[in-house]
Every structure is written in C-alpha cells, then in structure tokens.
Design a protein around this ligand. Structure first.
Ligand code: GLY
Length: 401
C-alpha cells in the first residue's frame, strides 16, 4: 500500500467552519457550491479536514505523570487535551504544570516545595512561546504558588526576560497575583527541620530523642559539605524522593500544526544557599525552544546545565538534523566531559549527580534521556494514545553515587 493510500482521518485536523463568513471564497469552496446561493435558507456549516503537520505530543519529566493534585488529569494529559482542542500551546503547557505546582504532596515544585537553607521557599521558572518568539522567567521568587504564571506575565507584559527576588515579587503583586507569607506546608517545614538537625545535630535535637542519623564531622568525607551530604542522606533514608532534591518539572509540547512551546518550574536544589538561582529560569540552560527546530528542557543538577547551556546545545544539535535522543545524549556527554572536580565525581571517576532531558523536534519525534537510569527512571508522555511513562535512555550505567 502506498503512503498516500495509508493516510487516515487521523492525519487531518477537523475544523468546524461555522465561524467562517458566509459567501467567503473558502466557505463557497468547502460547501462545493459553484456560486453563492441567493436563497435565505441557512447554509449548513461544512466540515473542513486539513492535513496536519505533525502528530501532537506533550513530554515532561515523571512528575508530569505522577501528580494530579486531587483531580483527574496529570500535567501531560491536561496540556495534551488543550493543545488538541486548539488552545494556545504555552497556555496549555502552563495549565499542565500548574497541577504539580499547586499539589502540596509534590515537594520539588511550587506550593509545599523543599525550602532553602533558611527555611524559605524560593521558586524559579521560565517559559518560551515558539510561534511568538517570546520568553519570560522569574528566579528566587517568594510567596507565589505558581511561578510559571508569573514567568508568563513577564513574557506578556514586559520587555524583559527575567525578573528576580523582590523585584519579581513586586511585579507579581502588581499583576494581581496573591502573595503569601509562607509557601511551606507542614510536611515541607518538617523536612527542613530534619535537614537542620542532620546538618547541625549538636543544636537541633530530635524531638523523640533519637540517635544522630548523620556521621560526626570527623567521619565524613572532607570533600562533601555537610548541607549536601545531609540532604542526600535524607534521599537515601527515603524521606524525600531523589526527584525532589533538584525537584523540577519541565514540560514541552507540539501542536497538530507544528507549533512548539516549553515551560520549566521548580523550587531548585533543596536547602540551597538563599538567593541561588538554578538552570530552570535561565533560557538555554533549563529550557530552550525554537519553533522551527524543537524544544529541550531539564531536571537534575542545574549547575551542570548552567555551565554547559545544555538545552540550547540540544536544540542546536536538532537544528543540525540529530534525532532528539542523540541530541540529548550529546549534551550529557558534554556535561560528563566538563565534570572534572573531584567533589563532583564518584569513585568510578564519573559525575556523581543525575541530569535528565526531555526533547521534541519539529517532526514530533521525542526522547527522554538521563545521565543514569537511577532514581526517577521514567518520563511522562501524552499522545493520541493517552498518557504513558516510558523509560529514560541513560548515557552511563549504575548509580550516580
Ligand atoms: N534543575 C533544577 C535546579 O537545579 O535548580
């Protein structure tokens, strides 16, 4: 069977032509009339089937599959439903990531996320609208549950691409966002106190008088700082998910007509130095979109993406014709090559952290890749076949540590 014979109705976008002006050339053509009718009888709106450019899809890290905030849809299902209903591609994706941002049980993103070293939740987010060639971002934003929407407002209402700290919060206030004193939940506050106890066990005691759960300083690897080691010990002890330690959602989508957008939103590294901005709000690091080429975004150790501008690197590899999987693996190889400090290497001489990329190209091909198939090993996808959680393709075998 030839390709053209195999073409099905799924290869078309259905347009209801009710909104088309009667007597317009398109309406006349679609109705099959030789000439506009003189009759006053209502003309039935024709159905137009237009060949679509690409199979639509939405891709994200696993949090886009896992969290529903008590509702029926996860982030990728929500965004896919809306992009296929004709909503603006970026509005649909941001609507998707608002689900984990608002979900108090997701402690790497938005409301109830893991705090900084002072116990304050500081959020980073960016978004890029492919067709409009516009972008916006916020960093170190406090008090707003949905930083992705503030990033979108920066894009829509300012000439700037990035607002930070108090300036970002004042902008959000001016745009009508609710500013809360504290985005912590009881759970995120408790986890911060546990981290303080592990970092400074001489002063922060366990309420139940329990044993210290971190090694005394003289027994620790002098290359590890106590804050990071305490956080990682909480991952090892199952108190927080590995995915929440650098907890982030990146979500990218392509519409049936081939328009592309992306959004990344996060609380960044758990218990970071106050004021630390990661890769998520930096265009080219934690997110990059080119409507003619594709999109890439990331979760994991943000400093690796800041150093290597990984998302931009991936989109440029797509531009040279690479498949999304190869482009993602190429960026992971660059990170591996540039990771030379001993504090960042495991005893195999490889990076001791994970980084994941979620990539789509203009043809609607996609990939989820990771430095290691470890911790969160799946990503989220939604296509016409529904939502699924395929395995990430790793560059290296084993675990980061
Ligand atoms: N990738 C999230 C962060 O490092 O902030």
């Amino acid at each position: 069977m030839s390709d053209s014979m195999a073409t099905s109705r799924r290869d078309f976008i259905r347009f209801t032509a009710a909104g088309l002006a009667l007597g317009s050339p398109l309406n006349t053509l679609a109705a099959g009339s030789a000439a506009p009718s003189a009759s006053l009888a209502p003309i039935r709106a024709p159905e137009l089937l237009i060949r679509r450019a690409v199979s639509p899809l939405v891709i994200s890290d696993y949090s886009g599959f896992e969290f529903r905030n008590g509702g029926t849809e996860n982030a990728v299902e929500h965004a896919f439903r809306r992009i296929t209903a004709g909503d603006d591609v970026l509005d649909a994706l941001i609507g998707g990531v608002n689900i984990p941002e608002l979900d108090p049980t997701e402690n790497g993103i938005g409301y109830g996320a893991l705090a900084n070293a002072d116990g304050v939740i500081q959020l980073d987010a960016s978004c890029m609208h492919g067709p409009k060639r516009r972008a916006g971002a916020v960093a170190c934003l406090e008090g707003v549950r949905t930083p992705s929407l503030v990033a979108r407002a920066v894009m829509d209402y300012t000439d700037h691409h990035l607002l930070v700290g108090e300036g970002a919060q004042e902008f959000a206030r001016a745009m009508g966002f609710t500013i809360e004193d504290d985005l912590n939940t009881e759970s995120s506050r408790k986890l911060w106190r546990e981290w303080k106890r592990r970092v400074d066990p001489a002063h922060w005691l366990s309420p139940d008088g329990g044993e210290r759960t971190i090694k005394p300083r003289h027994e620790r690897d002098p290359g590890n700082d106590a804050g990071l080691e305490a956080g990682l010990s909480m991952v090892r002890d199952g108190l927080i998910r590995e995915g929440s330690f650098w907890g982030t959602i990146n979500c990218n989508g392509i519409t049936p007509s081939g328009d592309i957008a992306g959004v990344t939103t996060t609380s960044g590294l758990a218990w970071k130095i106050p004021g630390r901005a990661g890769d998520s709000p930096i265009l080219g690091a934690g997110l990059y979109v080119d409507n003619d080429v594709g999109a890439a975004g990331s979760t994991g150790r943000g400093e690796a993406n800041l150093y290597n501008l990984s998302s931009f690197l991936i989109v440029e590899s797509l531009r040279r014709g690479m498949h999304p999987k190869d482009a993602g693996l190429e960026a992971l190889k660059r990170i591996r090559a540039n990771t030379v400090e001993s504090r960042l290497l495991n005893d195999r001489g490889e990076p001791n952290f994970n980084v994941r990329f979620f990539v789509i190209d203009k043809q609607g091909r996609h990939a989820g890749v990771a430095m290691y198939h470890s911790g969160e090993t799946k990503f989220a996808l939604c296509t016409e076949n529904g939502a699924s959680a395929p395995e990430l393709e790793p560059l290296l075998q084993g675990d980061p540590q």
